[in-house]
Design a protein around this ligand. Sequence first.
Ligand SMILES: NC(=O)c1ccc[n+]([C@@H]2O[C@H](COP(=O)([O-])OP(=O)(O)OC[C@H]3O[C@@H](n4cnc5c(N)ncnc54)[C@H](O)[C@@H]3O)[C@@H](O)[C@H]2O)c1
Length: 254
Amino acid sequence: MTFNPAPTDLSGKIAFVTGACGGIGAATVAHFEALGATVFATDMAASFDGPATYRRIDLLNPTDLDACCAWISEVKPDILFNNAAIFGMGSVLEAGDLAQYDLLFAVNVRAFYAVMQAAAKSMVANGQRGSIINMASQAGHRGEALVAHYCATKAAVISYTQSAALALAQHKVRVNAISPGVIDTPMWASVDALFAKFEGKAIGQKKREVGLAVPLGHMGAPEDVARAAVFLACDQSAYMTAQTIGVDGGNVLR
Ligand SMILES: NC(=O)c1ccc[n+]([C@@H]2O[C@H](COP(=O)([O-])OP(=O)(O)OC[C@H]3O[C@@H](n4cnc5c(N)ncnc54)[C@H](O)[C@@H]3O)[C@@H](O)[C@H]2O)c1
């Protein structure tokens, strides 16, 4: 038997990260950079706090989305961390629900898909054995009464991950997804406020409840997800594709 620990070293690798200013995005940029990758980062915020080359891109804006895809073909990433997304809540019985459908699918599925496609085309054209990491969610594995659209967008991410992985396997490009559980990021301020509105809870109550309900007993940190991203980005996971890894403290059993 041989012992063959593949390195987590990412030096010489180029990584492209969307949603870089968010909790999970910023932690992942920092991890990729610490392991030697050159990182190109985007978000809709005006600036990014870190050494990555940053461009402001609103994925909802068609011109910006085109510019993002063109930038990907320019920088030729070995790693894509396809992470930007938005959350929304509402019962399926609510009027005006299709506006939220359009918004969530525009960012979480349409822009997500365009970015993944741009990276896939670039990796194949340049003969890179790339790694695409898509951001799903535990919400993509099970519907929720008040979170229908967000759950559906994340189920779509899991499905696209599988289809893309099978299409790109012949080119040695790997495609996997991460399904975080409840991770303490800025997104949770809005999630908590929405649960307060829809379930009549006090501010902070839902966040406390979901943390305590996790089998490991607490919410995850952005770094917990960043470490899974590193694993999927590097050769440690060289024989893994089409998978969705749960980083959720035991919330979802597969
Ligand atoms: N925090 C959690 O508990 C949790 C759980 C499961 C999945 N996720 C997923 O993890 C990913 C990161 O989430 P996070 O918790 O770090 O949230 P976050 O809100 O901190 O980060 C998301 C980032 O996406 C960016 N973004 C949103 N819309 C955009 C647009 N139109 N154009 C460009 N950028 C846009 C935001 O500006 C933000 O910086 C998301 O895909 C989210 O769905 C998070």
